[in-house]
Write a new protein. Structure first.
Length: 1071
């Protein structure tokens, strides 16, 4: 870049602009010299004097010589001189000279000068290809000069010179159509668009931007902003085009390289014409690459990411190999290719000749100069070389170079010695000798390779076998002295003609000695793998004998021995003593006999377990596959006993088991089949012990069948779902296992805690719902069976028979004979499933509301009965070895007794009421302790904001309870006074109201109020009163603007809204 010339450019721009306006004339002498001699000398000087040394004399002559008559000759001469200007200093001198002539003659000079310049810059036609190099050079020089002329104000737009230009020039450059465009941009578009793929304009653009890049792409005042933006766009577009052509050339070079390599391997020779084409393309690609790098920096455009892909891939592969080597053991690294370190160093560590000469300066030349004749000297050396094992090879190399017999006769003697030698064991030493002297004996090495190559070619198709020549060739390959195309031509020819005589034996010798080396060498591993693949294909030919196939298999094992898989050590987490105890009890000691003892043990010690022990319990309950299969029911029963007091543990374990089942469906690894069966068995046992309901089991059945299929819809003979192929029947087996393991589909239908008048009807409804759900699933399951490939395995058929035999008594279960019957039945079955699920949700909601109502009426007595039940529960666990039906009956009897006790407690005296209040307080304390323990055992503790919110809600609830009690006491005043007067007359003692008042959260007041009491402006409540042994619920209408009434109504609305939102979210999850 010529930033130092920018100041002079500004001065010339100002002067030339004034000259165009007629405000400035070039200073002339008082008397101009008009002699022919002086003018002729000036014409010659203009042609040769446009340089830094002579331009001052030219400027002096411009002001002193009268050249008006010879102006046309001057223009022709100056254009010839401008075509040869290439240096930056010469360009500056030419600008000074042309500016001076412009200032003296004006448009008369510039118009004709521009016409001649445009003629010289025209692109050549096809017939002028021979003159193309000189034309490119001329265009490159003139383009930079035109740029200078435009910057200093000599040239403007095409419209200024249309009258002075030839018609041909106007037509070629299309100046009449773009007359208002600057001359510089017109020329750039014209030149850069011509034959861009040949790269003729690359040097032109590179030289132009080196001089003017700082003016175009940096803020500068030399160019107008509009022209600068146009120039930027021109070069940006050109850069993108160069990038595209460069990537295209890269692909062509790669394609030609692959083609030439295949041809060389196929023929064993490099084709000159093809190699010449590759060299030309490679040279052109490198030219584009260098210019593209320059343009990328100037135009601030990043190079394409794919430009260095091949290099990056090689680098990644090398890094990968290095990582593997570092990770592998030392024995594997050493014995993979080489037998030991010594052999590896023998072939890979090659000292240079200069190093050996410096390392052995003490070797006396007398040993090699005992004989005067050269023939005797070389013979003596060859005798010593033949006994190379008894002599130091490096010393022999030094002695050979001290003989100074590097002539053709000596090379012929050595060549004959290598050909006639019969000592096979010395071949690797001879080859190392040649490798060290590779620079001095290059011709000898080439002749030896040609000789061995010819011998190989003849032996491939003839019944001859020269093991010595084969081994010599192999040793040359190990030292990387044989070209790759020659090596793989031999391997390919031997492989293709494997059935010919001795070819298999030759290939075996070749692979045994150099196979692993080629397979692990970075330069040849890809080609070697292709050869191995070709050999594997040839081994499948039917015309091969059994022995030949065995020999090929042994050959492949020799090259690629099977790798023994190293098992990585499992890092077992360290467990504390308590954690080991928990795992030992639940995974090894738990069975049907010890289950009550385990439950009693953990119930008494559960509150003392910390977070690590709790997590160990979760792991044990969530991993039924680690338990004896026969003990899975005991594990499920143990978990069910924690359901009442430790719901968080139960929910966490059930969720983990469900996630593991789904993960097994996703992986579909046959090695996990036993684990998956244990998980499904555990899920069935959880249902048998009422930990989960039948709806969850039904949903999991559909998940097992439909997981992974498009839109959760299995299709017949769909081989695109890899995790559930038509010939994979494991999902059928686990569905059968789940349904066969559950004892009854009615285990969860009796969900009410209290006996009620509609309990039998509720149980019947839920039984019908479960029947409908099971019937619909088994219909869909039969459709899924038709999606599988028939016939089924015998064990699968037996399980299906047992499944339908077990549920044949259920009316909704029917076994179909054809897929058409199944599809016809499915039309209405899926609708029945939705209706059944909707009824089940309504049933659960009704039971929940009923339970809340009962709890609100008998809150105090329930607390007493629950306390009694808790005390009796531990005693029952010790003898809990009976069946599930007996357990249910015992629970019902206990519940009835609790109901009777609660009814009797209501009729007790006032002292019993005090005891009831105390038990309520004790139960609340126990409940608070339990909640605090569960929250502390959870993985996510409450945040400070959550604790503050709970504290605010608790205070609000206390204020609400106090307000409610105050209102009830005030409304009870009149009744209390009348009862007090009557009781005083009878007993003479005053009666006090000691009945425990229900809390608003324990009494559903809105449902107990009469519809007629809901008057406008009031809110109806139910007030519990006691008169002797009789209890009544009295209506109480409070004003709607009362604080307590507003709070209760608002709380009820919030509960309804939250409940509706939960139902909506659940329905969306089902969809």
């Amino acid at each position: 870049m010529t930033t130092e010339f920018d100041g002079r450019r500004k001065e010339l721009l100002e002067i030339n602009s004034k000259a165009w306006a007629g405000e400035y004339d070039f200073p002339l002498a008082t008397k101009l010299d008009s002699s022919l001699k002086k003018n002729s000398a000036f014409i010659k000087k203009v042609k040769t004097g446009l340089n830094q040394d002579q331009y001052a004399n030219v400027l002096k002559d411009i002001g002193s010589v009268s050249i008006e008559k010879y102006l046309s000759e001057v223009i022709v001469s100056i254009v010839d001189g401008l075509c040869k200007v290439s240096k930056n200093d010469d360009i500056n001198a030419a600008v000074e000279v042309v500016s001076a002539l412009h200032q003296r003659f004006g448009k008369q000079f510039i118009g004709e000068l521009l016409n001649n310049i445009l003629v010289q810059m025209m692109n050549p036609s096809k017939s002028d290809d021979k003159d193309d190099p000189s034309c490119v050079t001329r265009q490159k020089n003139l383009l930079r000069l035109v740029g200078e002329f435009y910057i200093v104000g000599i040239l403007g737009t095409a419209n200024d010179f249309l009258d002075d230009l030839d018609i041909k020039v106007i037509r070629v450059y299309s100046l009449d159509k773009r007359r208002n465009e600057p001359i510089l941009t017109l020329l750039l578009k014209y030149l850069l668009n011509f034959d861009i793929e040949s790269g003729r304009s690359l040097n032109m653009v590179q030289s132009f931007l080196r001089r003017y890049g700082h003016i175009i792409f940096v803020e500068d005042e030399l160019l107008p902003s509009d022209t600068k933006n146009v120039l930027k766009q021109i070069f940006l577009i050109y850069t993108e085009a160069v990038f595209g052509i460069m990537m295209k050339l890269k692909k062509q070079v790669h394609k030609l390289d692959v083609r030439n390599k295949k041809a060389a391997i196929r023929t064993g020779r490099i084709q000159e014409t093809e190699q010449l084409e590759l060299d030309e393309k490679t040279k052109l690609f490198e030219h584009f690459k260098s210019v593209a790098s320059f343009l990328s920096q100037v135009c601030t455009i990043p190079l394409p990411n794919d430009l260095n892909d091949s290099a990056e891939e090689v680098e990644e592969e090398d890094n990968a190999i290095e990582v593997v080597k570092q990770a592998a053991s030392s024995d594997e690294d050493l014995y993979g290719v080489w037998e030991d370190v010594k052999e590896k160093n023998f072939y890979t560590v090659i000292p240079s000749l200069g190093e050996l000469m410096e390392a052995h300066p003490e070797i006396c030349e007398s040993k090699s100069t005992q004989s005067n004749k050269d023939g005797e000297k070389i013979q003596e050396f060859l005798d010593r070389l033949e006994d190379v094992r008894g002599n130091n090879l490096e010393q022999l190399v030094v002695e050979f170079n001290n003989l100074n017999l590097n002539n053709k006769a000596t090379k012929n003697r050595i060549m004959r010695f290598f050909i006639e030698t019969s000592t096979v064991n010395n071949l690797k030493y001879y080859t190392r000798f040649l490798k060290i002297n590779e620079l001095n004996l290059s011709e000898l090495i080439e002749e030896l390779i040609i000789y061995l190559d010819k011998g190989f070619r003849s032996r491939i198709h003839r019944n001859k076998l020269n093991v010595k020549n084969i081994l010599f060739f192999v040793e040359l390959v190990k030292f990387k002295m044989v070209p790759k195309h020659v090596v793989f031509h031999k391997i390919r020819s031997l492989t293709l003609n494997i059935t010919s005589t001795n070819n298999l034996e030759i290939l075996t010798v070749f692979y045994e000695h150099v196979g692993r080396f080629l397979l692990h060498d970075a330069d040849s591993k890809d080609l070697m793998r292709e050869m191995i693949g070709l050999l594997k294909e040839k081994s499948k030919q039917s015309n091969l004998k059994v022995n030949d196939k065995l020999a090929i298999n042994n050959l492949l094992i020799t090259v690629e021995p099977p790798v023994a898989k190293v098992q990585s050590l499992r890092h077992v987490p360290k467990l504390s003593s308590k954690q080991k105890f928990v795992a030992k009890i639940l995974r090894e000691e738990l069975n049907a006999d010890t289950q009550p003892l385990v439950v009693k043990l953990f119930k008494s010690k559960f509150t003392n377990l910390g977070q690590p022990e709790f997590q160990t319990m979760v792991d044990c309950f969530s991993s039924p596959n680690l338990v004896n299969y026969d003990n899975i029911p005991s594990l499920a029963k143990t978990l069910s006993n924690f359901g009442e007091k430790n719901k968080f543990l139960v929910v966490l374990c059930v969720d983990t088991v469900l996630e593991n089942i789904i993960r097994g469906l996703e992986l579909n690894d046959f090695r996990m089949n036993r684990t998956r069966m244990a998980q499904v068995k555990f899920l069935a046992e959880l249902y048998n012990y009422k930990v989960i309901n039948f709806k969850l089991v039904n949903d999991m059945l559909y998940r097992i069948v439909c997981y992974g299929h498009p839109q959760n819809q299995p299709l017949p003979q769909n081989w695109e779902v890899e995790i559930d192929l038509p010939n994979n029947y494991f999902r059928v087996q686990i569905c059968c296992l789940l349904l066969l393991s559950i004892k009854s589909i009615f285990m969860d239908t009796d969900v009410g805690r209290k006996k009620s008048s509609n309990r039998a009807a509720s149980i019947k409804r839920r039984n019908d719902i479960n029947k409908n759900l099971l019937g619909v699933f088994l219909t869909f399951f039969q459709y899924y069976l038709y999606c599988k490939e028939a016939p089924f395995p015998v064990d699968v058929r037996f399980k299906l028979d047992d499944l339908f035999k077990k549920y044949k008594s259920i009316p909704t279960v029917k076994r179909y004979d054809t897929i058409n019957e199944v599809i016809a039945s499915l039309d209405g079955a899926m609708q029945r499933r939705k209706e059944a699920e909707l009824l089940l949700e309504k049933e659960d909601e009704a039971i929940e509301n009923e339970t809340e109502g009962v709890d609100s009426v008998t809150v105090s007595s329930d607390d007493d009965s629950d306390a009694n039940n808790d005390e009796e529960e531990e005693d029952d666990d010790e003898s809990d070895d009976d069946g599930d039906d007996d357990d249910d009956d015992d629970d019902d009897d206990d519940q009835e007794e609790a109901d009777e006790d609660s009814a009797a407690d209501v009729d007790d005296s006032e002292d019993d009421d005090d005891e009831s209040d105390e038990s309520d307080e004790e139960d609340e304390v126990l409940l608070d302790k339990e909640l605090s323990r569960v929250s502390s055992s959870s993985e996510d503790p409450l945040s400070e904001a959550e604790k503050a919110r709970l504290e605010v809600e608790r205070k609000f609830q206390e204020d609400l309870d106090r307000e409610f009690q105050k209102i009830m006491l005030e409304s009870y005043g009149s009744t209390q006074q009348s009862q007090s007067s009557q009781s005083q007359n009878l007993s003479g003692k005053s009666s006090t109201f000691k009945q425990s008042l229900p809390l608003p959260s324990q009494l559903d007041l809105s449902k107990r109020s009469s519809p007629r009491a809901n008057q406008q402006g009031t809110v109806a409540f139910g007030l519990l009163t006691k008169n002797g042994k009789n209890q009544k619920v009295k209506q109480l209408n409070l004003p709607s603007d009362n604080i307590f009434a507003e709070s209760v109504v608002r709380e009820q609305e919030n509960r309804k809204r939250d409940k509706q939102r939960i139902i909506t979210l659940a329905s969306r999850m089902d969809d």
